[in-house]
Design a protein around this ligand. Structure first.
Ligand code: C2E
Ligand code: CA
Ligand code: CA
Ligand code: CA
Length: 279
């Protein structure tokens, strides 16, 4: 038994060493990705449910790895957050998204909003709102064309701190949305005080509509909550006609998801914008 214990311990530490080693490798790769310009953005349309008009593009980060090909954010953002590398990466995203949006405006395409995901580490950087203002000035994008997506959990980690930064951002003229809404624990009274324009209903509710009674009820409740607070509401992860029908019926203004379009490379997004009748 003693021997077995020792063997187990040995296996355990070897595994831990392997994990630590793998993590260091990945961290080095992430640094290389920043330096080597291996990141790019895809854009997913946000659409008005009634008119079908595309009014915004959510910027979604992609990593084109020289050997492993295209990597999704779910596979590297957790490590980027843990190591703090999300700060320079997120900064690149913000700048690239603003620059692309401005280029579309200058090309005479419909005046879209670009929405950008913000991580907690980034949001808590000192003077972050001033930094956002500087990026807008540098890229020439008017603040009202930028929307920042903050998750409910980011806000709830430090409500007073988040509120202060949110008000600074609002003063600049940038819009705010609460992403993954319904998955966190924001109290309704707190929600009323957040200077946000839009709620994004989390995909985990939308995906089981119309089959799941609870998810139907939650989705409908979020929509009516948003309406009562004078907020816009968008459902994400919309894949089917049945989901669209339920959402329309429940009074949801806007949708995003594979039903309308997957996230697209910028050239493909631009081609979509040029399709007659869409905007
Ligand atoms: P998110 O902000 O909730 O983004 C929506 C995710 O759902 C995207 O995954 C999108 O491709 C996917 N999606 C959109 N429509 C559908 C649909 O109809 N069905 C299904 N099954 N999925 C759909 P993606 O691009 O893999 O991004 C995953 C997450 O990574 C994002 O979730 C966001 O939290 C994070 N992320 C992406 N880009 C950035 C970034 O630039 N900065 C930060 N901090 N996080 C990012
Ligand atoms: Ca998002
Ligand atoms: Ca989301
Ligand atoms: Ca669900």
């Amino acid at each position: 038994a003693k021997e077995l214990g020792r063997n187990n311990l040995q296996v355990f530490t070897e595994e831990m060493a392997d994990k630590a080693h793998e993590k260091l490798l990945k961290q080095a790769e992430l640094r290389q990705a920043i330096a080597g310009q291996e990141f790019l953005l895809h854009f997913q349309p946000q659409v008005n449910i009634e008119s079908g008009r595309v009014f915004a593009a959510e910027a979604l980060l992609r990593w084109r790895h020289p050997e492993r090909g295209m990597i999704s954010p779910g596979d590297f953002i957790p490590l980027a957050e843990e190591t703090g590398l999300i700060v320079p990466i997120g900064d690149w995203v913000l700048r690239a998204a603003c620059r692309q949006c401005k280029a579309w405006h200058e090309a005479g395409l419909p005046l879209l909003i670009v929405s950008v995901n913000v991580s907690a580490r980034q949001f808590r950087e000192r003077n972050w709102a001033a930094h956002v203002a500087a990026v807008l000035a540098e890229t020439g994008l008017e603040p009202r064309f930028l929307e920042l997506e903050l998750t409910e959990s980011l806000i709830m980690q430090d409500v007073p701190g988040a509120l202060a930064t949110m008000h600074e951002l609002k003063a600049i003229g940038v819009h705010l949305a609460i992403d993954d809404f319904g998955t966190g624990y924001s109290s309704l009274s707190a929600l009323k005080r957040f200077p946000v324009r839009r709620l994004k209903i989390d995909r985990s509710f939308v995906e089981d509509i119309p089959g799941d009674v609870d998810d139907r009820a939650i989705t409908a409740a979020i929509i009516s909550l948003a309406q009562n607070l004078g907020l816009r509401v968008i459902a994400e992860g919309v894949e089917t006609q049945a989901q669209v029908e339920f959402l329309r019926h429940s009074g949801c203004d806007e949708i995003q998801g594979y039903f309308f379009s997957r996230p697209l490379a910028s050239a493909d997004f631009e081609a979509l914008l040029r399709q007659p009748g869409l905007n």
